[in-house]
Design a protein around this ligand. Structure first.
Ligand SMILES: *Cc1c(COP(=O)(O)O)cnc(C)c1O
Length: 366
């Protein structure tokens, strides 16, 4: 059996008629830039998140970058974030002209340690970007309190957490702003690049709205220097078809994750945990083991597409050398060496899942 890490074809097949109609509608109208499709999806996504508003942008990376600029993060400002994340989180900080300050994670949740964040605050700190990694929310109460106390912006990187909740509140409605990616493999995925900034502060949202569209205030007036980072109308139409299915897909991810956890019996393997305050949406099902590299080879030999998210933390990447001289983040480094993402997607069959679990269970016994 061959089992990919994610199977996007299965999802398209399940909603093909509606998707094809939506694409046809946009193509026939020839209205490809902003307009009705983007407005409609922004409203639907804001309502879904329980946030006051949403601004569609070109990618999750653009969402993070424009959110930082909307908060008027300036050169020399410091922004605290995790090194255990995709590079876009750090990239957005550097591209906004600011200095990324990498702090360690809390090892069970894989999200920012509030104690480490507090210890890293300096007079130059302007914002904190927690990452709701793998679909599990970060410790938002403690982080909100730190942000409030030091007058910092709290910007959620919710690129892996569409539909996740923290104490009953959806990720995307908790920080000053939140950033989503609709990269095809995410819990809510477009047919190309797409992203969204959500939030409850209309001034900040309006600024993102201006910045994504060349700093424009009207057709020919440009208030400030902006970017060409709009959400594509075709992607908005596709995402609008998919959004009503998101809760069902997330339920399926959760149920598959629970089945994995009940089937995995290898004593060398630690299964992921879900904290009481969280509704985990399992963007990834991440186990850990000291024999990660040999387990990965074992799974690959069995035709299983496991992955590592992420093997090299940002403070160990050449791109961030200037921001991480002598920096050591033990929990982050330990995680990077031990984590392994098993195949998980809403349409995965129980047979496929059992095959993967069996392969993990037999590892080390042959
Ligand atoms: C995917 C992702 C991003 C970037 O999103 P793109 O749409 O690919 O630009 C940012 N942060 C995290 C945590 C992600 O997983």
């Amino acid at each position: 059996m061959k089992i990919p890490l994610v199977d996007l074809k299965a999802q398209y097949a399940s909603i093909k008629g509606d998707i094809d109609n939506a694409i046809q509608r946009v193509v026939e109208r020839c209205s490809f830039i902003l307009g009705e499709e983007v407005d409609k999806f922004e409203k639907a996504f804001a309502a879904y998140c329980g946030s006051d508003g949403a601004v569609g942008v070109a990618s999750g990376t653009a969402a993070l970058h424009l959110a930082l600029l909307a908060c008027r993060i300036r050169p020399g400002d410091e922004v605290i974030t995790a090194a255990h994340t995709f590079t876009a989180t750090g990239e957005a900080i550097v591209n906004a002209g600011a200095v990324p300050v990498f702090v360690d994670i809390e090892p069970v949740r894989y999200t920012l340690s509030p104690e480490r964040v507090e210890a890293a605050v300096t007079p130059r700190t302007r914002a904190i970007i927690p990452v709701h990694l793998y679909g599990h929310p970060a410790e938002m109460d403690a982080l909100s309190e730190i942000a409030r106390k030091h007058n910092l912006f709290l910007i959620e990187d919710a690129a892996q957490a569409h539909g996740a909740t923290y104490k009953g509140k959806r990720c995307g409605s908790i920080g000053h702003l939140a950033c989503f990616s609709f990269y095809p493999g995410k819990n809510l995925g477009a047919f190309g690049d797409a992203g969204m900034v959500t939030g409850n502060d209309q001034d900040l949202l309006n600024r993102v709205r201006r910045l994504r569209d060349h700093g424009r205030t009207s057709k020919y007036e440009h208030e400030e220097i902006g970017w060409g980072e709009r959400l594509d109308a075709l992607q908005a139409a596709i995402l609008g078809v998919k959004l009503p299915h998101l809760d069902r897909w997330n339920d399926s991810r959760r149920s598959l994750a629970a089945t994995y956890t009940s089937l995995l019996k290898n004593l060398e393997v630690v299964t992921p945990s879900e904290q009481a305050e969280a509704h985990h949406v399992f963007h990834l099902y991440v186990i850990r083991t000291r024999q990660r590299d040999s387990l990965l080879k074992h799974l690959q030999a069995a035709g299983i597409g496991a992955g590592i998210h992420y093997p090299i933390p940002l403070h160990r990447q050449p791109a961030y050398r200037a921001y991480s001289v002598g920096l050591s983040l033990p929990a982050t480094e330990e995680a990077a060496d031990a984590i392994l993402s098993l195949p998980l997607f809403p349409e995965m069959s129980k047979d496929q899942l059992r095959y993967v679990a069996e392969a993990v269970n037999t590892f080390g016994r042959t």
